[in-house]
Design a protein around this ligand. Structure first.
Ligand code: AMP
Ligand code: ZN
Length: 490
C-alpha cells in the first residue's frame, strides 16, 4: 500500500513499524453541532483506508479523538444555558449515529478531550521543564515556537525570522502567521475550568491531539489523518509540541483529505449550500448513495458535491445491488465462460491495484463497473456460466468490504432520521411524500399488494387499481412480473 505523505511530499509505502498493527490517529469531530457532508468526506476516506488495509491482511489500531471542549462549545453551551458535558453529549451521539448510517466503522479507541486532561497537563509540564512552554501574565501557557526550528516542515511554510514572544490564544489563526500558541488557557469568568498544577483553566485544541495520540499509540506512530484545513496550524503545532517533548518523530505518515465544495463553492450556512447528513436524508437521499458519492472521488482531489452527482450515485448503487441480486439468484448453466473469467480476474486485480496506489477509489470503482457491464451482457446473451458467478461474487465481496453499499439499510436509516426530526420538532424540514411513504411498514405494503392480487383474481379491477394508485401516491412502485408482484420505494 502506498499513500501520499504530506510530510515527505510524495507517495510513500505505508507500513507499520515496531508493532504488528498499523497505529493510526485521525482528528475527530468538535461536537458543537451536527456533522456536515464535508466532515464525513474526511471520515469516510479514513474508513476506506482502514477497510482496505485490513483486507490486505494488516491489523489496525485506530484512535479518533472527540473534541468536547473548545471556544465554540463553551460559547454555545453558555447560550443554551447547559453545562458543556450535556451540550456535547447530544452532538457526540448524533455524530456516531451519522457515522453508523454512513457505514463508517467505529475506531478501536475513542478519546474524549475532557477525559484526558491529566495527560495534557503532564505534556505541558514536560515542555515547561525544558522552558519550551511558558506562562504569560494572565496565567495561560504558551508554546515557544522559535525553540522548534523545524516549525513549518509539514505545511512547507517558511517561518524564517519567527518573532519570539508574539502570541495568539485562539485555536485557529491566520494561515501565514507563526505565533506562540496557547497550550493551556487560564480560566475566564463563568467558563468551565479544571484545577490543575498549571492553574485553573482548560487545554488548547492542539495539545489535546498530541496528548491523546501519544497516550494511546505511543510517542511515535504510523499515520495521522485529517482534513486539509488542519495541516496548518493544527497539525504543525501537534508536531512541534510532541517532538519537542519527546525528541522523536511524532507521526511518520500524514494523510490530508481535500475539501468538499458544494455546487462549486465553499459550503457555508450564509450561502445556503450547507448540508448536514440529516438534511440530505430528510430530503429523501439515501445514505448508501451519499457514502458512495463521497468516497468515489479520490481523497486528494477536490470534490464538488452536486445534486446531479448524488442522483447519479443513487442509480449507481441501485445498479450494483441489482447486479449482485442477479448473481446471487443464479440459475446459470454449468461450466465456465473463459472471457468472463478473464474479465473477473482483471477486475479483481485492478480493484486492489487502484486502492493500493494512493487509494484511488475512482479507478477501483471503475474496475467493478467494467465487470458489471461485461457480466450483465453475458447474462443477457445467455453466455454466463455458473462457475463464473462464484468468482464474480468473490470480487463483489472484495469490493463491498471497502465500499460497503450492497446491503440495503437505507430505509432503516431514513426512518431514524424522520424519528429524530419529529422528536426535535423539525419534521417540517422533511419531504412530505417521503414521510408518507415511510409511515407505511413493509408488512402493510405486503398486505395491500396481496389484497390487490386477490382483487385481480376475482376480476375486481376497480379495487386493484385503487390499491395501485394509493401505493403510488405514497411513493411505492409496483412491478408485475412473471414471478409475481414486486414493490419498491421510490
Ligand atoms: P471539525 O468538526 O470542524 O473539527 O471537522 C472535523 C473534520 O472534518 C476535520 O478533519 C476537518 O478537516 C474536516 N472537514 C471540515 N470541513 C470539511 C470539508 N468541507 N471537506 C472535507 N473535510 C472537511
Ligand atoms: Zn487534531
Amino acid at each position: 500500500m502506498e499513500l501520499f505523505n504530506t510530510l515527505g511530499g510524495k507517495i510513500e509505502p505505508l507500513t507499520p513499524v515496531g508493532a504488528p498493527a498499523l497505529r493510526m490517529y485521525c482528528c475527530g469531530p468538535t461536537v458543537y453541532d451536527y456533522g456536515h457532508i464535508g466532515n464525513f468526506r474526511t471520515f469516510l476516506h479514513v474508513d476506506v483506508l482502514r477497510r482496505f488495509m485490513r483486507q490486505q491482511g494488516m491489523a489496525i489500531d485506530y484512535v479518533m479523538n472527540v473534541t468536547d471542549v473548545d471556544d465554540k462549545i463553551i460559547r454555545n453551551a453558555a447560550a443554551a444555558g447547559v453545562p458543556i458535558g450535556e451540550y456535547t453529549a447530544k452532538y457526540e451521539r448524533a455524530f456516531f449515529e451519522d457515522s453508523d448510517a454512513l457505514g463508517i466503522e467505529r475506531p478501536e479507541e475513542i478519546a474524549r478531550a475532557t477525559s484526558c486532561i491529566p495527560d495534557m497537563v503532564a505534556l505541558i509540564q514536560k515542555l515547561a521543564a525544558k522552558d519550551i512552554a511558558y506562562q504569560a501574565e494572565d496565567g495561560s501557557w504558551y508554546f515557544r515556537i522559535h525553540r522548534f526550528p523545524e516549525y513549518g516542515k509539514l505545511s512547507k511554510k517558511d517561518f524564517e525570522g519567527i518573532e519570539d514572544g508574539a502570541r495568539v490564544d485562539v485555536d485557529e489563526y491566520e494561515k501565514d502567521a507563526a505565533r506562540d500558541f496557547a497550550l493551556w488557557k487560564a480560566v475566564k469568568p463563568g467558563e468551565q475550568s479544571w484545577d490543575t498544577e498549571l492553574g485553573a483553566g482548560r487545554p488548547g485544541w492542539h495539545i489535546e491531539c498530541s496528548a491523546m495520540a501519544m497516550k494511546f499509540l505511543g510517542e511515535t506512530f504510523d499515520l495521522h489523518a485529517g482534513g486539509e484545513d488542519l495541516m496548518f496550524p493544527h497539525h504543525e503545532n501537534e508536531i512541534a509540541q510532541s517532538e519537542s517533548a519527546t525528541g522523536h518523530t511524532f507521526a511518520r505518515h500524514w494523510m490530508h483529505v481535500r475539501f468538499l465544495l458544494v455546487e462549486g463553492r465553499k459550503m457555508s450556512k450564509s450561502e445556503g449550500n450547507f448540508y448536514t447528513l440529516r438534511d440530505l436524508l430528510l430530503k429523501g437521499h439515501r445514505a448508501s448513495a451519499i457514502r458512495f458519492l463521497l468516497i468515489s472521488v479520490p481523497y486528494r482531489n477536490q470534490m464538488n458535491f452536486t445534486f446531479e452527482s448524488l442522483t447519479e450515485s443513487t442509480n449507481a448503487v441501485e445498479r450494483l445491488r441489482t447486479f449482485h441480486q442477479r448473481m446471487l439468484k443464479g440459475g446459470f448453466p454449468e461450466g465456465l465462460n473463459p472471457e468472463i473469467a478473464a474479465a473477473t480476474a482483471t477486475a479483481s486485480a485492478d480493484f486492489t491495484a487502484a486502492l493500493a496506489n494512493d487509494l484511488n477509489t475512482a479507478e477501483a470503482r471503475a474496475a467493478i463497473f467494467d465487470l458489471v457491464r461485461a457480466a450483465n451482457s453475458a447474462a443477457d446473451a445467455g453466455t454466463l456460466r455458473a462457475d463464473n458467478v462464484a468468482e464474480i461474487l468473490k470480487v463483489m465481496a472484495l469490493f463491498d468490504g471497502v465500499f460497503a453499499v450492497l446491503e440495503d439499510n437505507d430505509t432503516i436509516v431514513t426512518r431514524a432520521a424522520i424519528a429524530w426530526a419529529e422528536a426535535e420538532g423539525r419534521i417540517g424540514e422533511a419531504d412530505a411524500s417521503l414521510v408518507a411513504t415511510l409511515a407505511l411498514s413493509d408488512e402493510a405494503i405486503d398486505a395491500l399488494v396481496a389484497e390487490r392480487t386477490q382483487a385481480k383474481k376475482t376480476r375486481n379491477f376497480a379495487r386493484a387499481d385503487a390499491i395501485r394508485n394509493e401505493l403510488l401516491a405514497k411513493g411505492i412502485l409496483l412491478e408485475d412480473s412473471k414471478d409475481g408482484v414486486r414493490w419498491k420505494r421510490k
